[in-house]
Design a protein around this ligand. Structure first.
Ligand SMILES: [Zn+2]
Ligand SMILES: [Zn+2]
Length: 131
């Protein structure tokens, strides 16, 4: 199950609603590929077909911060294990910008999320679950 969270700026009250984690159908490859644009999905399929049937992959939606448009959004990510190394493919921001991925399990990073508008600290709250 995934988690819905809200980031709210302590100062200007700007807020972002995000869905992170993985849903029930996110263990099926065709469903997972649909989270990415066509070109990215093709690259993922190619990499997985090279690795063969037993390729290990894991999908989750992460918090992404886009420096281009200055906003937070939910970003699809796929981790593929190859020879003990992790290859992470991430989706882009809605504006087409490349995002900085933020791991919600990284407490230090989560405690220091800044508002893109005024640079004040943001409070993180869980608003629900999704699947
Ligand atoms: Zn703010
Ligand atoms: Zn953007």
């Amino acid at each position: 199950m995934g988690r819905s969270i809200r980031l709210t700026c302590n100062d200007c009250k700007q807020s972002y609603d995000l869905n992170i984690g993985q849903g029930r159908s996110d263990n099926k490859l065709d469903r997972v590929l649909a989270h990415f644009d066509g070109q990215t999905a093709d690259l993922i399929s190619e990499k997985l077909s090279l690795l063969g049937e037993d390729a290990y992959w894991n999908y989750r939606s992460m918090i992404g911060y886009c420096k281009v448009c200055g906003s937070y959004s939910s970003i699809p990510t796929l981790t593929i294990k190859d020879n003990g190394k992790d290859y992470v493919t991430a989706g882009k921001c809605g504006c087409g910008g490349t995002v900085e991925l933020i791991d919600n399990n990284d407490q230090t990073r989560m405690n220091d999320l800044r508002c893109p508008k005024c640079q004040s600290k943001m409070t993180v709250e869980t608003t629900g679950m999704w699947d």
